[in-house]
Write a protein that binds this ligand. Structure first.
Ligand code: ZN
Length: 413
């Protein structure tokens, strides 16, 4: 029975919906700019609700504006099985990051309906609010509020660059879909499964269609401030300079040399702020970022210690301050969910592999609340957070078939 529902997944319909959704906020270069809580995102919410209503799904929303599309189960009292991702994008984002998880969920539900399968638990498709955190920083607001990892008020008070707060625009998001019924934040969930493009090159390189995701790697976000002194570029001898940029450059070079202790290390200095940032003045202060990731939590802690040691070692005339702005542990998904995804992939005859996610996802937050897992499909060249992001219709459909089987199994537990 389960197999027949997976066969109902319609590759063309799934692809068409991706293209239709991508038209909202479409950019010149073929990407998407549909940031959370903007007019484009409101249009996307409306489109989703239109599709859901055609399928006879009930629509719900909550205090942070997460959107839920519910296919009722035979036992409405039971907590639903949840699937989905996000519909917001980076300012120069692609057509598939996030959108795939939501549209795969909708397609899976449609396939279940068309196969005339009745699930015991309800199946709900969710679009989590503001995963990317572009207009309102930081992201993952919807899933963090849902999982009660951060206070709702804290998020509602977040302001964009123009000083507009989340609480000021959220009513507009809710008004975009007046048919949505309000429900309390953090209603019970039996399990969560998120389908997503890999955003990395491994599946393509190893010619696998499905990534059975075992967890999400941890990250440490660090800032290093190096303070020297402004001086005249023409008259100040080297010996008396306290050049913050010279010492920062030495630190960054030493970090690149010292931190790559194995192939799993991901180390990035993506931001450097120089003061006064004037061509003929010795830099008085430099603040640079360190983004450090590793699947192993202990190794990640060691690497963070190394950042500290290396920067202090390379400082001479300047003062150095180092502080951590964010830390997330590596997490491991529920074995039952991982095994269910694995078994479904095998049954469907799809080439698959276990994979650890390098990027963060809403599934991180949900894993604190309920048994959680993720399904990855390849994306072209591993390119993501980029307007050139691409995936094939058949891979997207294959991931959705795995999702159907996974949802059907979890909805009977
Ligand atoms: Zn995403």
């Amino acid at each position: 029975m389960a197999h027949s529902a997976a066969e109902r997944v319609d590759e063309q319909r799934l692809w068409r919906r991706h293209m239709e959704l991508a038209a909202i906020g479409a950019t010149q270069k073929g990407g998407v700019n549909r940031q959370a809580l903007t007019a484009e995102e409101f249009d996307a919410r409306r489109l989703l609700v239109t599709w859901a209503t055609e399928l006879g799904l009930q629509v719900f929303t909550d205090d942070i504006g997460n959107l839920f599309l519910r296919l009722e189960g035979t036992d409405p009292e039971l907590a639903p099985v949840l699937t989905g991702s996000h519909i917001d994008t980076q300012p120069t984002g692609g057509k598939f990051d996030g959108a795939y998880g939501v549209l795969a969920g909708l397609e899976a539900v449609q396939a279940i309906i068309e196969a005339e399968v009745r699930t015991r638990r309800a199946v709900e498709v969710v679009a989590w609010l503001n995963e990317e955190g572009s207009r309102f920083t930081p992201g993952m607001m919807g899933s963090e509020a849902f999982a009660k990892l951060r206070g709702l008020d804290e998020m509602l008070n977040v302001k964009d660059r123009d000083g507009v707060s989340v609480s000021a625009v959220l009513p507009e998001a809710l008004a975009a879909t007046p048919e949505a019924i309000h429900r309390p934040l953090g209603s019970p969930v039996a399990a969560f499964v998120e389908a997503h493009i890999e955003q990395g090159p491994e599946l393509e390189r190893l010619e696998k269609t499905i990534g059975v995701v075992t967890g999400i790697q941890g990250v440490r976000r660090i800032r290093v401030a190096v303070t020297g002194e402004e001086a005249h570029a023409g008259t100040t001898p080297r010996a008396t300079r306290r050049d913050a940029l010279e010492e920062s450059s030495r630190m960054v070079a030493a970090l690149y040399r010292g931190l790559y202790i194995d192939d799993d290390v991901r180390f990035t200095v993506g931001m450097m702020q120089i003061e006064p940032n004037v061509p003929s003045v010795v830099a008085a202060r430099v603040v640079f970022s360190v983004d450090l990731r590793h699947p192993d939590t202990e190794t990640l802690a060691d690497l963070a210690d190394c950042v500290d040691a290396i920067c202090h070692r390379e400082a001479s005339m300047c003062e150095v301050e180092i502080w951590q702005i964010a830390e997330a542990q590596s997490i491991h998904f529920n074995e039952l969910v991982v095994d269910t995804i694995q078994a479904a992939s095998d049954r469907l005859g799809l080439a698959n592999m276990r994979i650890f996610s390098g990027a963060g996802h809403d599934a991180r937050q949900l894993h604190f609340v309920c048994p959680t897992g993720m399904i990855f499909v390849p994306c072209e060249g591993g390119i993501s957070h980029n307007e050139a992001e691409n995936a094939t219709p058949s891979d997207l459909a294959a991931g959705t078939r795995v999702l159907v089987e996974t949802l059907l199994e979890l909805s009977e537990t």
